[in-house]
Every structure is written in structure tokens, then in C-alpha cells.
Design a protein around this ligand. Structure first.
Ligand code: FE2
Length: 186
């Protein structure tokens, strides 16, 4: 029997968890399995979620956001061969794969953070995240995502705050420049 777990239930559970704890390890440990149930349910999935922005390289589709921008749940659709620059989120993040395989590179920041427009990163590890698999990051976690397949991939991203409201960073690996990372939401 399929485990029914609609979006409304997920949002209700997110509210409960974040009301009970601000500890990000606990939030990630509790939200992760629920995000996996949500992506297995798929009742929230619509054809428009496959649309992606040719300039940006990926599409961002809002499923839910609280009035204060907290608890943002987004569907991201990734064009073949495209991806993000290295970036952080300015909040905690739980990513659950829906369709296809997304390649992740996780980074450590190795400079002292004293210059707002400069960051040195080193690769920590690389891995592929497939359907039903999780990528969980606390505030400050840095990664880069690419779709190395020949089809659009989809994942559901849950954040402690909508990523366009956290002043989060993108990092140019070649020039070591840091600047704010705003995404275009469909
Ligand atoms: Fe990310």
C-alpha cells in the first residue's frame, strides 16, 4: 500500500518540528524522512514543475512559504548539463530527489570570512543523489548541484527560510568572489 503523505500534512509537520526545536541537527533528522515521504507521495506534482529557466539553468517552483518567508518548500527542475554555482543557503536545507540523479559537490570554506566579497573553498566530497535520496545541510553548508544526465531532473527543497530572503551567497570558484545569490522563481 502506498503511504499517502500530502503536502498539507508535510507543512503541518514542519510547523510542529520547528516549533519544538531550533537545533538544526534535530530539524534535519526529523524533516529528512518526511521529505522522503512527500516525494514518494507525488500528489503535489504538476506538469508545470518541469519548466526550467534557460538563462538560469534550472526552474524554481514554490509549493509553500509561510507569511514570514519561513518554511519554504520549492520544486527545482534542472536542465540537462546545467546547474548552480557553488552556494550556501543562509538557513537549513533538506533536498529530496524526485526524478533523475543530481550531482553534488560539497565544499568547506577555508578563508577566515573577514572579507565580505571573498571566499576560498575546497572540495570536501562529491556524490550523486538519486530519486528518494536526501541532501541535508545546516546553515553555512556550501554545495554545487549539476544535472549531468540528458533529461530534466526534479527535486523538492525545504528551507528554514525562503532562499531569496536570507542574503545567502554564491561563490565564483575561479575568482574567489562572493556575492548574493537570488534565484528567479517561476
Ligand atoms: Fe543548494
Amino acid at each position: 500500500m502506498t503511504d499517502s503523505y500530502p503536502l498539507d500534512q508535510y507543512i503541518e509537520d514542519l510547523r510542529k518540528i520547528t516549533a519544538e526545536t531550533a537545533d538544526e541537527d534535530q530539524v534535519l533528522a526529523r524533516v529528512g524522512p518526511l521529505a522522503q515521504r512527500l516525494v514518494a507521495d507525488r500528489s503535489w506534482l504538476q506538469p508545470k514543475h518541469y519548466r526550467a529557466d534557460e538563462v538560469q539553468g534550472f526552474g524554481v517552483h514554490l509549493l509553500h512559504e509561510e507569511p514570514d518567508h519561513s518554511l519554504a518548500v520549492l520544486v527545482l527542475s534542472w536542465l540537462p548539463g546545467r546547474g548552480t554555482p557553488a552556494h550556501d543557503h543562509g538557513t537549513w536545507a533538506v533536498v529530496a530527489g524526485v526524478e533523475g540523479v543530481e550531482h553534488n559537490v560539497r565544499y568547506n570554506r577555508v578563508d577566515d570570512g573577514s572579507r565580505p566579497d571573498y571566499a576560498e573553498l575546497e572540495v570536501r566530497h562529491e556524490f550523486d543523489a538519486a530519486e528518494g535520496e536526501l541532501v541535508c545541510m545546516k546553515t553555512g553548508g556550501i554545495h554545487r548541484v549539476t544535472n549531468q544526465t540528458d533529461r530534466i531532473t526534479l527535486s523538492v527543497h525545504t528551507y528554514g527560510c525562503h532562499i531569496n530572503h536570507t542574503q545567502r551567497s554564491q561563490f565564483d570558484l575561479a575568482t574567489r568572489e562572493r556575492k548574493e545569490f537570488i534565484v528567479r522563481v517561476e
